[in-house]
Design a protein around this ligand. Structure first.
Ligand code: BV8
Length: 235
């Protein structure tokens, strides 16, 4: 597929696209944080049981964002969004802000964002850069100690699913970048696209997931494979 108007592209990214910016992936660090499985920390039950530990998990990751930059893969996707003549949507599982800082705007963060907080009292989610503590007050309703990370935990419904499924139902090209395809429902997006004949499903990964629904796999670091793909598409 080269630069043809009318062709629709949907991209799905996972933590592998941010690895070369210095942010650890989930399973690369064998999915542990301080000896705990991420799946156990990133849950509403964990927040209920040990709020300070869960806040700390996100405070450390939010603070780390100030020390990292978008990499060439993030920047190449932002260029593709600007130059592509057809429909384009970037869906990310990542909660870092690197796609946004690279310039991506047609972007859906389906698992939430580290740099936003959600108020359990008024429900508003607002930009939040520093640590969340029991003394933090909601910028909207000013309630104290009612803020949680604006993150989708395991067992919670991902965000923007209607928009995702609508875009996936019209995609001619679906590209999964830097994701192990272990977390649902994002892992099933490729199946959804594959259910329509004639679609192209491309996996860019450091190591292949072996998912047969992809009809093309390119192995390598995202900074290389994404730049090469974008150059091909915009040729
Ligand atoms: C839902 C925010 C229903 C948190 C995240 C059994 C029990 C309970 C639940 C389930 C279950 N079975 C299935 C489920 C559902 C569950 C799930 O899928 N669990 C998994 C573990 C089996 N899913 C959910 O709970 C979802 N919600 O189902 O809700 C519902 C519906 C309606 C109403 C109510 C409820 C919610 C899932 C979202 C969880 N939150 N993130 C946080 O970040 O702290 S998920 C989190 O983990 C990330 O966001 C990301 O999505 C995922 C990690 O995956 P990847 O991004 O793929 O990262 P990973 O490390 O795995 O892979 C990195 C890849 O990059 C590798 O392939 C590697 O090779 C590659 N790579 C590395 N370096 C590079 C590279 N590639 C290229 N270049 C490089 N340099």
């Amino acid at each position: 597929m080269t630069k043809k108007a009318g062709q629709s592209i949907v991209i799905l990214t996972g933590s592998g696209i941010s690895a070369e910016s210095g942010l650890p992936t989930f399973r690369g660090s064998d999915g542990l944080w301080q000896g705990r499985r991420v799946e156990e920390v990133a849950t509403p039950e964990a927040f209920e049981r040990e709020p300070l530990l869960v806040q700390q998990f996100y405070n450390l990751r939010r603070a780390a964002l100030q020390r990292v930059e978008p990499n060439a893969a993030h920047l190449a996707l932002a260029a593709l969004e600007r130059e592509w003549p057809g429909e384009y949507l970037l869906i990310t599982q990542n909660v870092d802000d690197l796609h946004f800082r690279a310039g991506s705007r047609r972007l859906l963060s389906i698992h939430g964002e580290l740099r936003r907080a959600r108020c359990l009292s008024c429900g508003a989610d607002t930009p939040w850069m520093e640590d969340l503590t029991p003394d933090s007050s909601c910028p909207r309703c000013h309630e104290v100690g009612k803020l949680r990370p604006h993150i989708v935990w395991f067992g919670e419904a991902p965000m923007h699913m209607d928009q995702c499924l609508d875009a996936l139902s019209q995609a001619d090209l679906f590209v999964a970048i830097g994701t192990s395809g272990k977390v649902y429902p994002a892992a099933s997006f490729v199946d959804f696209v594959a259910s329509r004949p004639g679609t192209r499903r491309l996996e860019l990964n450091q190591e292949a997931t072996g998912n047969p629904r992809f009809n093309e796999v390119r192995i390598g670091p995202a900074t290389e494979t994404v730049q090469a793909l974008v150059a091909e598409l915009l040729a």
